[in-house]
Unconditional design. Structure first.
Length: 147
């Protein structure tokens, strides 16, 4: 993606197949063209806080939502969520956990940290695509975010 200041959706997903399915679902439903996929929690935090290779990005421009897997390399999803929701600059970004974890402890901790929604990834391809489409419709078109 050329302009990192125009990212509307940040997908944090280490499984290339799941990331590709999510991208396809969003694009097939004309929900956004401005999607960035990162493969680990460290890169997600670098993007959000304009560090590392994203240091020239305008940190004041934020994605409209973050789709976050929990089981990530380098920095796990719960730590990414903790940092997003504990910083006043990023606290208002809707974060939707989209993960294969059905662990009650993950669900409870995600909500304790301020997640906006917790979705267990459907195993079935069509149901996965439908879930991402519905997430996109709700968070990008129906939900009203503060300016």
């Amino acid at each position: 993606m050329e302009n990192m200041n125009e990212v509307e959706i940040l997908i944090v997903e280490d499984n290339p197949n799941d990331a590709e399915m999510a991208l396809r679902a969003l694009k097939n439903n004309n929900l956004t063209n401005q999607v960035l996929v990162v493969g680990d929690g460290e890169e997600a935090l670098n993007f959000l806080f304009a560090k590392g290779k994203y240091s020239k990005r305008n940190q004041a421009t934020r994605p409209k939502m973050v789709l976050l897997d929990l089981k990530l390399p380098k920095v796990d999803g719960l730590e990414v969520l903790r940092k997003i929701k504990s910083d006043p600059a990023t606290r208002m970004i809707p974060v939707i956990v989209l993960t294969s974890s059905k662990e009650e402890s993950d669900i409870v901790e995600s909500y304790r940290l301020g997640v906006n929604s917790y979705i267990v990834k459907p195993v079935d391809f069509d149901k996965f695509v439908d879930a991402v489409r519905e997430l996109g419709l709700y968070w990008l078109l129906l939900n009203q975010n503060p300016s």
